[in-house]
Ligand binder design. Structure first.
Ligand SMILES: *Cc1c(COP(=O)(O)O)cnc(C)c1O
Length: 479
């Protein structure tokens, strides 16, 4: 494993990191688990039950593989958390961070100052994003990106003198992050229940989830159109003069990799234009190559006014989020006085340097093109062939290198399991034990591997997924 030598050499140049690294590797799995349970609260977790079973300790990674503290080699079907697009262990990104930390580890961009990394990143994003996107605002996460979106939307309508346009329409089972605004925009019931105080003036319409929610004999296209038209009904109910924006993920990621039929987004676009409502695409998962296009709205063929970016922007090597503004929105923000929003680390130089190195890899190694023409189609076909007529798989959704597998009691009748969440957990645990990371959202199994994955590694993921789904069916007594 040649990368190990490289890793050690790199760490030795940075003395403090070397001693921390050594200390980390000296503990046994049991010690790690005990300390983790004693001091660490995990996100989105039942800590009591997690502490009783113990976490898996991930200690290193390379390419599409992870290693845990017991030296198990695990294939990462989720690119970390939908973010490690260029794969693990890319020295170019580590070097960019190291160089930037020595040159200028931090400076702010608040008070009439700027710095080369944030300038270069903005110019590069303008080059890579579709033509009308030439301006970018930075933050540290997707959640903050969507908070920023709300600030821009309200500022935009204020500059237009339309102060009554306050409502933002979002979707049930959408995911827009976990700040208060992100959680309110999102349509995850369990997050709403936990937050008695929410952001005002946010309302939801139904999601375009054909397998789970289509009634009668509607085709997927008819169903998607009907779900898009709920937006029009909601606008008419609230009054177009009161509606500021609609926000959606081009495909729902955390909600289960739900891909709307081709009729959905053009209809949403038509409605937003008709009633003069800003259209926001949350590209936090879809951006930077996931579907085989640079941005998922290009895959679905629509033109948003704002795009939220994070995750793949830095391939997760360091935190960074951003909002891209369409020229017409940017113009209004730029020409109308103060925009009163910012974060200490807006445009952080180290994050920006890493983002630049990451985007150059995606561009120069033609990683996005490969997803579109080669590995993406291969992955989709392999999944569809492998699970065709499987007794508990009802649908495969996705494009490029993202997919959702719908677990179902009766696939042909589109009948879901009554205890779908439990079935998903059973399947997820079989994956985990088989050294495959595949996520479960309720009764949908999700895959979103690093974009650098090769066909052999895709074969490994799909065959491990098949074993896990087969084992799940067997445990349920279905064959
Ligand atoms: C992950 C995600 C977010 C939130 O990003 P964080 O960096 O976790 O705050 C927002 N929107 C979408 C679509 C996401 O998948």
């Amino acid at each position: 494993m040649s990368y190990r030598t490289e890793e050690v050499a790199y760490v030795q140049t940075a003395q403090p990191a070397a001693s921390v690294q050594a200390a980390q590797q000296q503990r046994s799995t049991a010690e790690y688990r005990a300390l983790d349970a004693a001091h660490h609260i995990h996100p989105f977790s039942d800590m009591g039950s997690l502490n009783r079973s113990g976490s898996r300790v991930i200690v290193k990674a390379q390419g599409v593989y992870l290693w845990d503290s017991d030296d198990n080699k695990i294939i990462d079907g989720m690119a970390g958390l939908w973010c490690v697009n260029v794969g693990y262990g890319r020295k170019e990104l580590a070097d960019a961070a190291y160089r930037q930390m020595q040159e200028l580890p931090f400076y702010n961009t608040f008070f009439k100052t700027t710095h080369p990394p944030v300038i270069e990143l903005s110019a590069l994003l303008a080059e890579l994003a579709p033509e009308p996107f030439n301006h970018f605002f930075y933050c540290n996460s997707g959640s903050e990106g969507n908070d920023t979106v709300l600030r821009i939307v309200h500022q935009y309508w204020a500059t237009q003198g339309k102060h009554s346009k306050k409502f933002v329409i979002s979707r049930k089972n959408g995911y827009h992050g976990s700040t208060i605004a992100g959680g309110t925009l999102g349509g995850m019931g369990y997050m709403h229940e936990q937050m008695p105080s929410k952001v005002e003036n946010i309302v939801h319409i139904d999601q375009p989830y054909f397998f789970g929610e289509a009634q009668g004999n509607l085709t997927p296209e008819e169903f998607a159109l009907a779900r898009a038209q709920q937006l029009e009904a909601k606008i008419l109910e609230i009054g177009a003069d009161n509606v500021a924006a609609f926000i959606g993920e081009p495909f729902q990621g955390a909600g289960g990799v739900i891909f709307p039929a081709s009729t959905y987004w053009p209809e949403i676009q038509r409605i937003c234009s008709k009633y003069d409502i800003l259209l926001v695409a949350d590209e936090v998962i879809g951006g930077f190559g996931r579907t085989g296009e640079w941005f998922a709205h290009q895959h679905f063929g629509f033109e948003p006014d704002l795009i939220t970016l994070a995750k793949g922007l830095t391939s997760g090597y360091v935190p960074m989020g951003a909002v891209g503004l369409h020229d017409r929105v940017a113009k209004a923000i730029i020409e109308n006085g103060d925009f009163n929003h910012g974060l200490t680390y807006s445009g952080h130089p180290v994050a920006a340097a890493v983002a630049i190195a990451n985007l150059k890899l995606l561009r120069d190694e033609k990683i996005v093109e490969r997803v579109k023409t080669d590995t993406g189609p291969y992955f989709q076909k392999k999944l569809r062939d492998t699970f065709a007529n499987h007794p508990i798989i009802g649908e495969i959704s996705g494009a490029g290198l993202v997919a959702g597998l719908q677990l179902a009691e009766d696939p042909k009748a589109r009948k879901r399991f009554a205890n779908g969440g439990e079935v998903g957990t059973i399947c997820r645990d079989f994956c985990f034990n088989g050294n495959l990371i595949m996520r479960a959202t309720g009764d949908r199994m999700l895959l979103s591997p690093p974009l650098v994955i090769n066909k052999l590694e895709i074969d490994e993921i799909v065959s491990k997924a098949k074993k896990a789904v087969d084992a799940t069916a067997q445990q349920l007594g279905i064959s």
